[in-house]
Design a protein around this ligand. Structure first.
Ligand SMILES: Nc1nc2c(ncn2[C@@H]2O[C@H](COP(=O)(O)OP(=O)(O)OP(=O)(O)O)[C@@H](O)[C@H]2O)c(=O)[nH]1
Ligand SMILES: [Mg+2]
Length: 472
């Protein structure tokens, strides 16, 4: 935290402008070695939150003692707009300087190298946001939401991320924590007065308070599946025999001619990947090679890749050609579907029907959604999207006042909270000593504090921030 860090904050590649960001105690003096304000004034006097027109020059002087960019220093290598944000009113709550220059990779590199020469260090992934967290500007759930905001692939995912960034998850966790602390205070008061032989403070009130809290946590946990899918999307493999129309289905769903479609069985060899937005869920759709026994080594490799894709997929869409009677291979595939999250698609519904659901031995545990579609005409695609949506999100998206939990980490912490609350209720019912109830309550409170990062470990922090890009 003592060091001043810098990084290119804009994406790699060419852009109209590019931004280099600098944060830390020495951000302003370090930037002054490169930034020569057109006003002729030193950067240290520049007003915060205003864009200042400046030339960028190579730092002069020795490696160890560079001098501030002055009128005498070398000719500029770019012009720029520079903004100074003084602590604590900045993203990191430290002094921050952002240098906006032309967005060419060479120029950005030159600015960065100059800053490094003058004493800055290259930021690690997520280090700006990590500092924002460590300096108390964001809590952990909000820091995670920063990443989710950047990564969001659908409007729905963005909405969830933005709500979390505004602190909804944290507010909810804090509110619950406050309630539990109030309960704990009552229990502890009971412990203190036990010698005076006062009755246990409202055993029933306590039990109902705990139950209510548990119900809330359970409802909250129920948002996990939806939250996770919105954030991470879902890998979905389209599989089936050759020529049933898998590639046609992918094309229909992504609405482009992404995959090659021909009447020749065995067209697709490599696994093709495309993102598609299904009612707000980012679906990573995989088109695969048709599964069959084959002598062709290229197709064999394709089949092998299909099997890997099936293993990795979270949702499998099995396509059958409904204009043909069921094939032994179809039935074998259907068999394999058992135990996975799957949808059965009867394609080519525009042709006379030869395959009927009743002909299929549907041994799938739980109802296997069956959808009739025509990849050619588009008939049935909406039903297919609905089926995918229902399977992916778990339940229809209901307007809810709850902030969805989006990460495994949140789910883990909340599960522990729920467990502790259940334990506490059992203790109350069993008339266990109040110390036991207090202990359980404290555990539940710990779990909630983990969620927002009031208590955390370096390991957790490293894991969270290493997911970020450099410059954020
Ligand atoms: N009538 C009709 N033809 C379709 C439909 N879907 C696909 N086809 C045709 O079926 C043939 C095979 O389609 P593909 O999408 O290449 O099938 P595939 O399952 O990807 O085949 P492989 O890549 O060889 O495994 C093509 O001639 C398509 O035009 C449909 O809904 N109706
Ligand atoms: Mg294909």
């Amino acid at each position: 935290m003592d060091e001043t860090i810098c990084a290119i904050a804009t994406p790699v590649g060419e852009g109209g402008i590019g931004i280099v960001r600098l944060s830390g105690d020495r951000a302003i003096p370090i930037a002054s070695y490169l930034v020569r304000l057109r006003s002729g004034k030193p950067l240290s006097t520049a007003k915060s939150f205003l864009l200042h027109y400046a030339d960028l020059v190579e730092p002069v002087g020795s490696e160890t003692a560079p001098g501030p960019a002055s009128q005498e220093s070398a000719s500029p290598f770019d012009e720029s707009l520079v903004v100074v944000m003084r602590a604590p009113r900045s993203y990191t709550r430290e002094d921050v300087v952002e240098i906006h220059c032309h967005g060419g990779p060479l120029i950005l590199k030159r600015v960065c190298q100059g800053l490094l020469r003058c004493g800055a260090r290259l930021a690690q992934p997520g280090e700006f946001t990590k500092r924002a967290f460590l300096n108390g500007r964001l809590d952990l759930a909000q820091a995670e939401a920063v990443l989710d905001t950047i990564r969001a692939k659908t409007e729905a995912a963005l909405t969830v991320a933005q709500t979390q960034l505004r602190g909804s998850l944290s507010t909810q966790a804090h509110a619950l924590r406050d309630r539990l602390i109030a309960l704990l205070a009552e229990v502890e008061a009971g412990i203190d007065f036990v010698e005076e032989d006062l009755p246990f403070v409202g055993r029933e009130a306590l039990a109902s308070g705990l139950q209510e809290a548990e119900r809330l946590v359970t409802r909250w946990l129920a948002t996990a599946q939806q939250g996770r899918v919105l954030r991470e999307g879902m890998t979905t493999a389209i599989i089936g025999r050759p020529n049933v129309g898998k590639s046609s289905l992918l094309n229909a769903l992504v609405q482009t001619d992404r995959a090659i479609v021909t009447p020749i069985p065995g067209t697709t060899r490599d696994v093709l990947e495309e993102y598609v937005n299904v009612r707000g869920i980012p679906l990573r759709l995989l088109d695969t090679a048709g599964l069959r026994e084959t002598e062709d080594p290229v197709e064999q490799e394709g089949v092998r890749r299909t099997r890997t894709a099936i293993d990795r997929a979270e949702l499998v869409v099995l396509v059958l050609d409904s204009s043909q009677p069921p094939h032994a291979d179809d039935l074998a595939l259907l068999d394999q579907l058992s135990g996975t999250r799957g949808i059965l698609v009867l394609n080519k519904s525009d042709l006379p029907r030869q395959l009927h659901e009743l002909d299929l031995p549907l041994s799938h545990p739980g109802p296997l959604p069956i959808v009739s579609v025509s990849a050619l005409t588009g008939q049935g695609l909406d039903e297919l999207r609905s089926a995918i949506w229902t399977l992916a999100a778990g339940s229809p998206l209901e307007p809810t006042d709850m902030a969805a939990i989006t990460r495994l980490r949140h789910g883990d912490a909340l599960s522990r909270v729920r467990q502790a609350l259940q334990q506490a209720q059992e203790s109350v019912t069993a008339q266990a000593p109040q110390e036991c109830v207090a202990l359980d309550l404290r555990q539940a409170i710990d779990g909630l504090e983990e969620l927002t990062g009031v208590v955390t470990t370096d390991e957790i922090l490293d894991r969270i921030f290493s997911e970020f890009c450099i410059g954020k």
